[in-house]
Ligand binder design. Structure first.
Ligand code: SAJ
Length: 431
């Protein structure tokens, strides 16, 4: 067995994780707990300072777990790349967002790859976890890593892709019990990746290439975006048929096979579902082809905020309400404090353009910047003014819907959050 394989097996390898966000920080902790000597690198000094003070900024990593890992295991955090010198493994977990023209922005992974290429990568295993378009690892990362050496991939150093499958805000599925897909540039790369990830995951799924692993992730999240688009369209259809989409979904859910529930909502948020299909779509555009499903689901999903505002205007007019709405919940999904791509932001921007005033309440968010204005989260009690429409955009678990519904007369519920409320006095409008 070669030297690297042995170090991976007996956990004497040094593992560096670059990018300490909701993927990289938990991953670095898992490898430290598995017994490796771990370095966590992030260019954001405030993150490094927080970690040095043993304070976690990731809701899925408690301060207690961070403190315990630092105390009992070998893990160090830094904002410079020097640990790469002594690293046997380098795992890249930096953001892959969209730019202003909604095209892939892989500048972070390019920059990190260039930093790695400044070191001797002989005998190292390099793994990309950030979501990219099919082919990016081989077409972009590999050339950068071999730009200033004559190293042979698979013989001298190894490169693989493994999609992150973390699900923020829920604890049933974690790194160890979620099957981990890996695909290397060569089979040797994949085999070494399997030894590495076996130390933190119970179930490794090997695929034939980095491109297959990249496409696996995009299929998973395109599937989700397309089905959310379908159920949003079904919601609009049910409205026209004067049917309650939520009743229909509950009935369809009773089918024990061949059906999987998705739920309509005010739009598509987060840094995965609205973004990942666009990475695939961009690659297809480069090949002068397209995905009809991605385009259609984007049209429907990204059209939902407009639909919500239009419905709100109709309710305001019907009940002769003040020209102001109160938004309940603004994060992109319940029980997280992440507002990236949140539909609530789109809705507030549309309201602002229509000169409709708005306030928001969200227990996870203190303030927001909307159209260059800083807006603070208001108390839910401040919404108990029955000449204004309240709209439920995000149904956090810690909202007391019984209390809220008892103090409002008109509410637009885009999440069916009030499904268990029997209060007949309140006017509930549903998506
Ligand atoms: N949404 C709907 N209807 C649904 C489900 C979601 O409108 O039926 C909306 C949410 O409100 C949110 C957006 O879609 O605005 C995304 O929600 P999400 O539940 O997909 O949560 P994410 O964005 O955190 O997705 C992550 C993904 N994980 C990874 O990419 C590793 C996704 O693959 C998971 O399936 C998802 O978590 C999950 O299942 O929770």
């Amino acid at each position: 067995m070669n030297e690297l394989a042995k170090k991976l097996k007996d956990k004497t390898a040094n593992v560096t994780v670059i990018g300490l966000g909701y993927i990289g920080l938990p991953l670095s902790i898992s490898f430290a707990k598995a017994g490796f000597n771990v370095f966590g690198i992030d260019i954001d000094n405030s993150k490094i300072q927080s970690l040095h003070e043993q304070n976690s900024y990731i809701s899925d990593v408690s301060d207690k777990e961070l403190k315990k890992t630092i105390k009992n295991h070998k893990i160090n955090f830094t904002s410079n790349y020097s640990p790469i010198v002594e690293s046997d493994v380098v795992i890249i977990c930096v953001p892959t967002p969209l730019n202003k023209t909604k095209d892939p922005d892989i500048s972070y992974i390019v920059k990190v790859s260039e930093e790695i290429s400044k070191f001797d990568i002989n005998k190292k295993l390099i793994c990309l976890e950030s979501t990219v378009y099919p082919g990016a690892t081989e077409e972009v990362i590999l050339p950068i890593l071999t730009s200033n050496n004559n190293l042979k991939i698979g013989d001298d150093f190894n490169l693989l892709f493994s999609p992150e499958r973390m699900d923020p805000g829920q604890s049933n599925w974690n790194l160890s019990n979620t099957p981990k897909v890996i695909g290397g540039i060569t089979s040797r790369c994949t085999d070494l990746g399997q030894i590495l990830y076996n130390s933190v995951s119970d179930n490794i799924i090997k695929v034939s290439s980095t491109k297959a692993a990249e496409m696996t992730k995009l299929l998973e999240n395109t599937f989700r975006a397309a089905n959310i688009g379908l159920i949003n369209e079904m919601a609009l259809i049910c409205k026209k048929l004067n049917l309650d989409i939520w009743e229909i979904i509950e009935a369809a859910k009773t089918k024990p096979y061949g059906y999987m529930p998705f739920y309509p909502g005010p739009g598509l948020g987060g840094h995965c579902i609205p973004v990942d299909p666009r990475y695939l779509e961009w690659k297809l555009e480069m090949l002068n082809t397209e995905s009809k499903f991605i385009k259609l689901s984007e049209d429907i999903n990204f059209g939902m905020p407009d639909y919500v505002v239009q419905s709100a205007e109709e309710i305001i007019k019907k009940h002769n309400l003040n020209n102001k709405v109160n938004i309940i919940g603004v994060t992109y999904k319940p029980n997280v404090s992440d507002i990236r791509e949140s539909p609530a932001i789109d809705i507030m921007q549309i309201l602002s353009k229509k000169n409709i005033k708005f306030s928001f309440n969200d227990p996870h968010i203190n303030k927001l910047e909307i159209e260059n204005l800083t807006i603070k989260s208001e108390s839910i009690e401040s919404f108990f003014n029955n000449k204004e429409l309240s709209i439920i955009i995000t149904d956090h678990a810690n909202y007391d819907w019984d209390y809220i519904s008892k103090n409002l007369e008109i509410i637009y519920d885009t999440r069916n959050a009030l499904r268990n409320i029997k209060n007949t006095k309140i006017n509930i409008y549903k998506l």
